[in-house]
Design a protein around this ligand. Structure first.
Ligand SMILES: Cc1cc2nc3c(=O)[nH]c(=O)nc-3n(C[C@H](O)[C@H](O)[C@H](O)COP(=O)(O)O)c2cc1C
Length: 185
C-alpha cells in the first residue's frame, strides 16, 4: 500500500496562498522524497457546516462533515497543512471544523506526523497562528516534523513556476519535508 499524505489549507479563499504553499510542498514531497506517496489535497470548503455549538451537538451529534474530515486525517500517514492567519489566529472556517472534530477525539490530529506551514502577504509569516499551533500540538495529537512560515508571499512565490524564490524558504521547507519523509517510513 502506498503511503498517503493529506494536504490542505485552512483557508476558504478560492485563490488561497496557503493552498498554493501546501500544494507545492506536497508536490515536492512526492517528487524529491517519496515518489510512491499518494498526495491528496482537500478543500475545506467541502467541509463547511453550521458553527459548532453544544446545543447542535446535543440535538444531532457530531456533524457528518467533521466525521469525514477526521476520517481523512485518520487514514493519512502524514499531513502537510498550511495555516492562513486571520487576526493573529486561526481562520474561523478552520476553527469550526476543528472544534467539531475535537468532539470526536481531542487528539484531532491522531498522532500523525505533520509539516505545518503558513503563508502571508506581510512579513510576519504567520508567526502568531504558527505559535498557537505549536503550543497546543501535544494536546491535539500533532506530531510536528517542521514549522515553516513564508512571509511577503508576493516576493516569495513565483506563480509561473509555482515555486519558492528565496533560498532560505526553500531550505526550511526541504528540512521539514525530509523530516516528514523520515517519520512516515
Ligand atoms: C479577516 C482577516 C484577517 C487577517 N489577519 C491577518 C493577520 O493577523 N496576519 C497576517 O499576516 N495576515 C492577515 N490577513 C491577511 C491574510 O494573510 C491574507 O488575506 C492571506 O491571503 C490569507 O491566506 P489565504 O490566501 O490562504 O486565505 C487577514 C485577512 C483577513 C481577511
Amino acid at each position: 500500500m502506498h503511503m498517503k499524505i493529506l494536504t490542505f489549507s485552512t483557508s476558504n479563499h478560492s485563490n488561497s496562498i496557503n493552498a498554493a504553499l501546501a500544494s507545492l510542498a506536497g508536490e515536492k514531497f512526492k517528487s524529491v522524497y517519496k515518489p510512491d506517496a499518494d498526495i491528496e489535497m482537500l478543500n475545506i470548503n467541502d467541509f463547511e457546516m453550521p458553527i459548532y455549538s453544544i446545543d447542535r451537538e446535543t440535538e444531532g451529534g457530531v456533524h457528518q462533515r467533521a466525521r469525514d474530515f477526521y476520517g481523512k486525517i485518520g487514514e493519512a500517514d502524514g499531513l502537510i497543512m498550511s495555516f492562513a492567519e486571520y487576526n493573529g489566529s486561526y481562520t474561523s472556517a478552520w476553527k469550526n471544523i476543528y472544534d467539531w472534530m475535537s468532539r470526536i477525539n481531542q487528539k484531532v490530529y491522531q498522532d500523525t506526523p505533520a509539516v505545518v506551514l503558513a503563508a502571508t502577504p506581510g512579513p510576519r509569516s504567520g508567526a502568531s497562528v504558527l505559535q498557537a499551533v505549536e503550543m497546543t500540538a501535544p494536546f491535539f495529537g500533532l506530531e510536528l516534523c517542521g514549522v515553516v512560515g513564508v512571509g511577503e508571499w508576493g516576493k516569495a512565490f513565483d506563480p509561473s513556476t509555482k515555486s519558492l524564490t528565496r533560498e532560505e524558504d526553500v531550505a526550511k521547507l526541504d528540512e521539514a519535508l525530509a523530516a516528514l519523509a523520515g517519520k512516515v517510513g
